[in-house]
Design a protein around this ligand. Structure first.
Ligand code: ADP
Length: 478
């Protein structure tokens, strides 16, 4: 039992030692893994890493350029100096080996001469114990660093290569020194850049953070929340503004939806109350009273019809709002349809003078039933808001590719203020509200949806007490 414990303990210690030894490696792996994972979804980190990457490349590039240019210039100067020092001696027609040797030793510039087979034929202060052949380049020899350059010459009619070795140890030391300075300066600069990138990144991405927070907080109850855009002046401000505009639209739509539901319930409440009232009356007195019975039946029938009509309108609007409504378009004769509507209206309504001026054949590609519905709404309004004996004129015109349907009445007309609202849902002017025939205020809203859905326009001209004219304008291909 005890020996088993000892073995277990020993294994634990071994594991711990291995862990301690490999701690730096595992730390590095952990850091790299975390940064990689974060970089996958963090735009901020990705941009920062890219920024640092470019910065490092620029620094290395600039550093190398400086080192190369500086190193090149210093080495070139040394080599040139040595070459010029020997120029007169090695440029003679007849080379004097002893003169070269004396000069080489005096100036401390090694010189070697090779024949064309790379055989050393002369050496003053040789630098290359390994039989260096005549190719220009850097030569490391013991503790020395030389740069050899070669030059062709002719000795007693034979071509040779003269190698002149310049001692570039001091130059090299200076290059190292400059490199160290560049490395230190660049490292400090890089560190500062990393810090400033981290801070500026936080500032730049602040609107996104705010946006996320705002979006998280937005709910049905606080649709009025908006992002603070003061201060920022970049693309993110545009994003924040767009977000705020979107919130405006959503809030507006939500309010309108709520208003719609409340108006619709309100409209339905009246007929239901009337029906309830009559049923109570029937229950109490109507069972045996023929008069009450008939009145109640008529009233309930009337209200039910009204409700049916209202529900149809509400359904139309709801389908339109949910974008589940589609127009079923077909080619048909608009002139024929209008003539039929005029005839029907003349039969139904005998209190007004209804005139029709359909003088040309006009065909249209549209949703026939919906078009009829829109025109009917305008004619019904003209009838509703024109006193008896008034005149209603229905006209159709086609000029080039523009069709105009006009419905003109000599009715009560509308003020400028009213005209601004007549296409709003559930809007009724005070006059029509009190009027017995007044509708639910949905007709024109529906007519507008139908006409706009056919890329058309509705225009109104009206004067209080004089009458109104509604124009439906449709563009058709030639
Ligand atoms: P309604 O069903 O109440 O007629 P509409 O949407 O069709 O609803 O019309 C909205 C309001 O516009 C009406 O209540 C009325 O005040 C006004 N209006 C529409 N057409 C006319 C018209 N030809 N003459 C005068 N007022 C009109």
């Amino acid at each position: 039992m005890k020996s088993r414990d000892k073995k277990k303990n020993g294994n634990d210690i071994k594991k711990r030692v291995v862990k301690v030894i490999f701690f730096p490696v595992s730390l590095l792996v952990y850091v790299v893994k975390t940064v990689r994972e974060k970089a996958e979804y963090s735009i901020r980190l990705k941009l920062s890493l890219r920024h640092i990457n470019i910065l490092v490349k620029a620094m290395v590039g600039a550093g190398l350029c400086v080192i190369l240019v500086f190193g090149g210039i210093t080495i070139l100067e040394t080599v040139q100096e040595d070459y010029h020092a020997l120029f007169d001696i090695i440029n003679k027609d007849k080379l004097d080996f002893s003169e070269i040797k004396a000069y080489s030793e005096q100036k401390d510039i090694p010189v070697e001469i090779y024949d064309l087979n790379n055989n050393l034929i002369f050496a003053a202060k040789p630098v290359n114990s390994y039989g260096y052949h005549h190719i220009a380049g850097i030569v490391w020899s013991e503790n020395n660093l030389f740069l050899g350059i070669n030059r062709g010459a002719v000795i007693s009619g034979e071509n040779v290569q003269i190698m002149i070795y310049s001692d570039i140890r001091e130059d090299w030391k200076e290059i190292i020194k400059i490199s160290e300075i560049i490395l230190i300066v660049n490292s400090i600069f890089l560190l500062l850049s990393v810090l400033s990138t981290a801070f500026s990144g936080r500032k730049i991405f602040q609107p996104i953070k705010e946006m996320t927070q705002t979006v998280k907080e937005v709910s049905e109850k606080n649709l009025n929340l908006r992002i603070n855009v003061s201060g920022s002046k970049n693309e993110l401000k545009e994003l924040a503004l767009t977000f705020n505009e979107m919130m405006n639209r959503i809030e507006d739509q939500y309010k309108r939806q709520r208003q719609f539901v409340s108006d619709a319930s309100h409209e339905l409440r009246t007929p239901i109350a009337v029906i309830q009232g009559y049923t109570v009356m029937l229950d109490r007195w109507g069972k045996n009273d023929q008069e009450v019975l008939q009145e109640s039946i008529d009233a309930i029938k009337n209200e039910a019809e009204g409700m049916n009509e209202l529900i149809d309108k509400l359904l139309f609007l709801a389908r339109h709002d949910n974008s589940t409504f589609v127009f079923e378009k077909e080619e048909f004769s608009l002139s024929e349809m209008l003539s039929d509507i005029i005839k029907e209206t003349q039969i139904i309504d005998t209190t007004h003078t209804i005139k029709g001026s359909i003088n040309q054949e006009v065909s249209l590609f549209a949703d026939k039933n919906r078009m009829k519905q829109a025109i009917r709404i305008l004619i019904d309004n003209a009838l509703k808001y024109t006193p008896a004996d008034g005149e209603i004129t229905i006209a159709l015109e086609k000029e080039n590719n523009r069709i105009t349907i006009g419905i003109k009445d000599t009715g009560i007309g509308m003020s400028q203020e009213e005209l601004g609202h007549i296409f709003d849902r559930f809007y009724r002017s005070d006059k029509s509200r009190t009027k017995e025939k007044g509708g639910h205020g949905l007709g024109l809203a529906i007519a507008k949806i139908i006409i706009l859905g056919h890329n058309g326009k509705i225009k109104v001209r009206s004067k209080v007490g004089e009458g109104s004219e509604f124009l439906i304008i449709l563009e058709v291909p030639n």
